[in-house]
Write a protein that binds this ligand. Structure first.
Ligand SMILES: *Cc1c(COP(=O)(O)O)cnc(C)c1O
Length: 395
């Protein structure tokens, strides 16, 4: 151990998260730390809640960032809405649906799995059939943007089916919020969580959540205590406020500086405009796909269900997964993601999340990938990707 500051590299973050953090957000993190009940900080908290409602497109009173990463937002939704003995439908089409099922079991509830193949969206017709067959189900959970497969499911349709059967919905929007349309109000979704380090482009460690009045009522009617003290909404809201202007009391010490960062990132998103941010993700995605295909590489999932912000590219013959990623990191300071689960070693996951979704990043990524693949003898077509992407960006 030496008494010196560690020298860390500066990377281009184009994996499945964390994404690039803008210098404005990094600067915000270094503002003077305030007490977590200081009136000036409380004003900032109010503004964060207001901006989260705008971002989720909801008027839900119960909206705030959980002081922990996306998985804690997930857990917050499950432990508050579920009680032991409940039957819960979990839609699984990738890794994060599997994590939801794990949460259901740890709540002492019974998961009923509606499974769709990796690379396909959750099928609303299968969900309807499962709800018909299991009338006791009170809750349906699904992932809007499955980061392990780069697939988008139809959240509006899935929430509508659940509502037909009087079930509440738990929706994972960790990778979707800020990158594509997340409309909690129009969907009438009930418990929705996200994460700071994907399309919101903050450092990891915060999980915005929002709960409908139906979800809030469900929590009030619980027969049993929420198993987690830290995530118990009835306690946390004593600090974040119930939206009705009640006094705030200590629950846990909020990560004050991290919240400065989230506030600045939301401010930047709203300066740009939600729709414009979605258009930027879509444009950079189309440019990336054009470049990837010009190299002769294949996108893994169908264009109809692809997430613009999370791109799965098949690893070509003659290319070694780990070697290529290591060379991108060491020679270009560029991080892309590896495949997860059944697709480990078969695909790369290229993230265009938040501030990483820029023309310069797309062009740099394509150029670096092409150079490294070509140099390592993989079978690709060199010399065309840049022009193909450029044409899309300037169309
Ligand atoms: C990243 C991610 C999570 C987990 O978030 P952490 O911040 O890593 O805990 C959950 N769901 C999805 C879809 C994700 O992409």
């Amino acid at each position: 151990m030496r008494n010196e500051t560690l020298d860390l590299p500066r990377r281009m973050l184009m994996g499945p998260g964390p994404s690039e953090v803008h210098p404005r957000v990094l600067a915000a993190l270094s503002r003077p730390t305030l007490g977590h009940l200081d009136p000036a900080f409380v004003r900032l908290m109010d503004d964060i809640v207001h901006r989260l409602r705008t971002t989720f497109q909801t008027n839900n009173q119960l909206t705030f960032p959980v002081s922990a990463p996306g998985s804690a937002g997930m857990e917050c939704c499950f432990v508050n809405l579920l009680e032991p003995g409940d039957s819960v439908i979990v839609c699984i089409n990738g890794v994060f649906g599997m994590r939801m099922k794990e949460n259901v079991e740890r709540c002492g509830a019974t998961p009923i799995v509606v499974e769709d193949a990796w690379g396909t969206a959750v099928d609303p017709a299968k969900l309807r059939a499962a709800l018909k067959a299991n009338p006791a189900v009170k809750t349906v959970a699904f992932v809007h943007a499955e980061t392990s497969t780069g697939v988008q499911s139809d959240a509006a349709a899935l929430c509508a089916v659940a509502r037909e059967f009087g079930a509440l919905t738990i929706v994972d929007t960790v990778t979707s919020l800020g990158g594509i349309d997340v409309n909690v109000g129009a969907w009438e979704a009930d418990a929705v969580y996200s994460g700071s380090q994907k399309c919101l482009s903050c450092p990891p460690g915060l999980s915005p959540v929002t709960f409908s009045e139906r979800a809030a009522a469900r929590v009030k009617e619980r027969r049993t205590k929420v198993q987690s003290w830290f995530l118990d909404l009835s306690l946390v809201m004593g600090y974040w406020g119930d939206g009705k202007g009640g006094g705030r009391t200590y629950h846990h010490t909020a990560p004050v500086n991290a919240l400065y960062g989230l506030h600045e990132a939301l401010l930047m998103l709203h300066e740009e405009g939600l729709e414009q941010a979605w258009r930027r993700h879509s444009l950079t995605h189309r440019a990336l796909v054009a470049g990837v295909e010009a190299m002769g590489l294949k996108m893994k999932v169908d264009a109809a269900v692809r997430l613009p912000q999370l791109n799965l590219v098949e690893i070509p013959e003659g290319a070694d997964d780990a070697t290529i990623r290591r060379r991108l990191l060491n020679e270009f300071n560029l991080e892309i993601g590896s495949g997860l689960g059944i697709w480990a070693g078969k695909v790369w996951r290229i993230g265009l999340l938040g501030q990483s979704a820029t023309p310069a990043y797309v062009l740099a990524c394509l150029t670096a990938l092409e150079a490294v693949l070509h140099a390592s003898g993989a079978r690709i077509t060199a010399g065309r990707a840049y022009a193909a992407a450029h044409a899309v960006l300037n169309s």
